[in-house]
Design a protein around this ligand. Structure first.
Ligand code: ADP
Ligand code: MG
Length: 575
């Protein structure tokens, strides 16, 4: 073993840089955060060669005092906190005082800055220590420019790990986008190799902010999204979440900010996932941009060198609050909102199962005229989903409302309605039973028959009165009133199999959504059954008033709106 020696400042900065400066995008993040902390409302970013050659950030913020220029480049030098108490309640983006020192130990850094009251700007070159030359006067408007050149010039191994110029540039754009989402009142511009690439104008109104989100995440997201705004005690959550039918194959469209700081947080991802669990297509990911505001003292932001993770003092409270807020927003998703959002012309990838506008072929069996008296204007105005006109292939309901045409997948819609009703009754411990006129005898496994004999209360709670008949037979005496018209045999077989799998009544309760959703599936009108017009209209009214009814139990849409304009353009009317 060698004797202990203190590392040189340069080497310790380079070691710190290993954590802070992973790639060009992390440099950009630190520089942008500094500009934001300086109160800038205009920030320009200029990149060369994917950030290897140059990353320059220019802001119109408060600037740096001439005498502080040298300090800014030193490790643990910050203007943002003074003591432990400040750290506990920090509201600025930076506070660790190590970004500029780390960056300047692995790249060539030049700072140019001017404060409002100063007669000139001053520049400091990290490669020529200010202590020897002192800052040099320069020309710069009020604000700061920081140029970072030749990243990792002195660390060839790190340089080798960088990806292609294009990939590194994409990472940098992602960084800028996240920050632009959190700071709508700042104007951002980005150029690469002297070419202007992006500009985000200040977004001071809701419409302007929606435009910025659309610009960053995509128009499809905005037109298939719901606004969210919730407050409870010291927590508030606001932002935009995707409709359950707008899903992605990965979590790339999930943005979460804690006090404007973008964070990756398993707790939050879990909370949002739970909120969508019951309404989203299996294996898909929801999209969201959510801002959590929390008392700074209730969150520790100093647990990660790049400040991309946080730790909540009361994680359970935050988790449940986020889950509840998202769940409520999805459930309250009013049909009127859907009108604006769920249109036929959504991108194919999200609605692969919906026919493409150019290929739609409606085969209406019945003569529409024969239903004309049912649809008079006074009535189509009355209800958001309008009135049923006909049934297509015994599968879809065709309805007319003021905006155009509605198509409903009747089985999917009825299944969701039944499921929601079952959940509500289960929660209220109020699943009503209805005796069968003639009890049904079912052949089952011995384990199933045994469970019926041993634990009849488990089934009773699910609205089923069952009794053992023989070794491998049971009798069904009563069923949930909501499901009385379903195929009882299949329904009971299914419930039996699941209950035997879960075995205890506690496990049944834990998995109740799965069981109720299975029961609802059996208890809903099947595709292929002919419905009368009053039945169809009753279904439309139920959709309008049932929570989550815009998507079926598996997350597929239950109805779509085709607007007049879409029909007109389909038939090239007025063109
Ligand atoms: P931190 O942001 O954690 O304080 P940094 O190393 O990023 O640490 O920056 C050191 C200091 O330099 C900051 O505390 C701030 O006073 C000053 N500074 C850096 N960038 C800017 C800027 N763009 N405008 C004004 N001051 C800046
Ligand atoms: Mg900083």
């Amino acid at each position: 073993m060698q004797r202990i020696k203190q590392l040189s400042t340069l080497l310790s900065n380079q070691i710190a840089a290993g954590e802070v400066v992973e790639r060009p995008a992390s440099v950009l993040k630190e520089l942008l955060e500094n500009s934001i902390d300086a109160g800038a409302n205009k920030i320009e970013v200029s990149i060369k060669n994917g950030g290897r050659k140059l990353i320059k950030v220019t802001d119109n913020g408060a600037g740096i005092h001439k005498d502080d220029l040298a300090l800014a480049l030193l490790q643990h030098a910050t203007s943002k906190i003074r003591n432990l108490k400040d750290l506990a309640s920090v509201t600025s983006m930076g506070f660790r005082g190590e970004a500029l020192s780390s960056i300047s130990s692995v790249a060539k850094v030049l700072i140019n800055s001017r404060q409002q009251e100063a007669s000139t700007a001053w520049k400091a070159d990290a490669d020529h220590p200010v202590s020897s030359t002192g800052p040099v006067p320069s020309a710069h408007p009020v604000g700061t420019s920081i140029e970072v050149r030749d990243l990792f010039y002195n660390l060839p191994v790190r340089k080798k790990f960088l990806k292609t110029e294009r990939t590194e540039f994409v990472y940098m754009t992602e960084t800028l986008k996240k920050i632009a989402l959190a700071f709508p009142n700042i104007e951002f511009s980005l150029e690469h190799n002297n070419k202007p690439i992006k500009k985000f104008l200040k977004a001071l109104t809701n419409t302007q902010y929606e435009k910025r989100i659309a610009d960053i995440i995509g128009k499809d997201f905005i037109s298939n999204s719901l606004k969210l705004d919730f407050t409870s005690g010291n927590l508030s959550l606001n932002g935009v979440i995707g409709q359950p039918t707008f899903t992605r194959n990965n979590s790339a469209m999930q943005y979460f900010f804690v006090n404007t700081r973008v964070v990756q947080d398993k707790l939050i991802t879990h909370a949002v996932r739970q909120a969508y669990h019951d309404v989203i297509y299996h294996g898909k990911y929801p999209a969201f941009v959510l801002f959590l505001e929390i008392d700074p003292e209730a969150v520790d932001v100093n647990i990660h060198p790049r400040k991309s993770e946080v730790k909540f003092t009361n994680p359970r409270q935050v988790h449940d609050f986020v889950r509840h807020a998202v769940q409520k927003t999805i459930a309250n998703n009013k049909l009127e909102d859907n009108y604006q959002h769920t249109t036929f012309a959504v991108t194919d990838s999200y609605y692969t199962y919906a026919p493409k506008p150019g290929k739609i072929k409606l085969e209406v069996k019945e003569q529409l005229e024969s239903y004309a008296p049912i649809v008079n204007d006074e009535q189509s105005l009355g209800y958001p989903l309008g009135f049923a006109l006909a049934q297509l292939h015994n599968t879809y309901i065709l309805a007319q409302n003021t905006q155009g045409l509605i198509l409903v997948d009747m089985h999917a819609a009825h299944e969701r309605i039944t499921y929601e009703q079952m959940k509500t009754s289960w929660d209220a411990d109020n699943l009503k039973l209805q005796p069968l006129l003639v009890p049904i005898v079912l052949n089952v496994t011995e384990a199933e028959a045994q469970m019926v004999e041993d634990k009849p209360e488990v089934f009773f709670k699910l609205g089923l009165k069952l009794e053992r008949f023989t070794i491998q037979q049971i009798r069904v005496l009563e069923v949930p009133a909501l499901l009385v018209n379903s195929r009882i045999e299949n329904l009971v077989q299914n419930v039996l199999a699941e209950c035997v799998e879960f075995n205890t009544s506690a496990k049944v309760s834990q998995n109740i959504n799965k069981i109720l959703s299975g029961m609802a599936c059996h208890g809903s009108v099947r595709a292929g059954r002919t419905l009368s017009l009053p039945e169809m209209n009753a279904l439309l009214r139920d959709i309008e008033t049932t929570e989550n009814s815009g998507q079926c139990n598996h997350g597929r849409p239950t109805w779509i709106q085709i607007k007049h304009q879409e029909l007109d353009s389909f038939f090239m009317r007025g063109q």
